[in-house]
Design a protein around this ligand. Sequence first.
Ligand code: DX5
Ligand code: ZN
Length: 224
Amino acid sequence: MVKIAPSILATNPLHVLEDLRQLEVVGVDLIHVDVIDGVFAPNFGYTPAFIKALASETSIPIDAHLMIVNPLKYVSVFAEAGAEYISVHVESLDASSARMLLNLSREQGFRCGFAIRPSTPEPSWLEDVLDKADFILPMSVEPGFSGQKFMRSVLPRFKWFSDIRRQNAYSYELEADGGVTQENAAELVGSGVDILVAGSSIFSSGDVKQAAEKLRSACGVYTV
Ligand code: DX5
Ligand code: ZN
């Protein structure tokens, strides 16, 4: 079952609650919340206080995407705020901090993901932690902004992570984030993707509910 995760960086922040109610009617699987520190990527995103407020308003699990330097310093704050999925960029980690992060995720009960920029080669330590990772997020745009064009060059990377998962019976989910639309959803699912993050294709459509439903239909998943 493919999961749909609307990315609220793409909406008007003053409309988040209205949008959330529409998304609850559709029954989306996750709310993707981008956290950006202006250093790791050239923009600013949402805060722990915002995530806490959002979590108190909805039972849809929150997927926090940390585009920040020094993630170990802050990850617990996001877990305590109510994020159930937390992805951290491999560019901000090394072998030892990645293991510390996985330990923290087990202690604190969040699902731990490793995100990677399109231009970053997989670090050598990543393969050693794939058996423990809860999800992998190979980005299909450079991090920072909604509304960018999907980079098709990333498709083989999804396939690669999907093949490794099958060969080793790993259980991580594969998340796609950046330029996901109704048009490329089926191809992503065919490449092994389980979670589709979608920002502008849902929030710039004028009808959030209809756009989320169309995205779901585009990957062959229907609600009853
Ligand atoms: C970009 C963010 C994405 C973004 C996706 O750095 O990580 O989550 O909001 O937006 P779209 O779907 O418009 O590319
Ligand atoms: Zn994101």
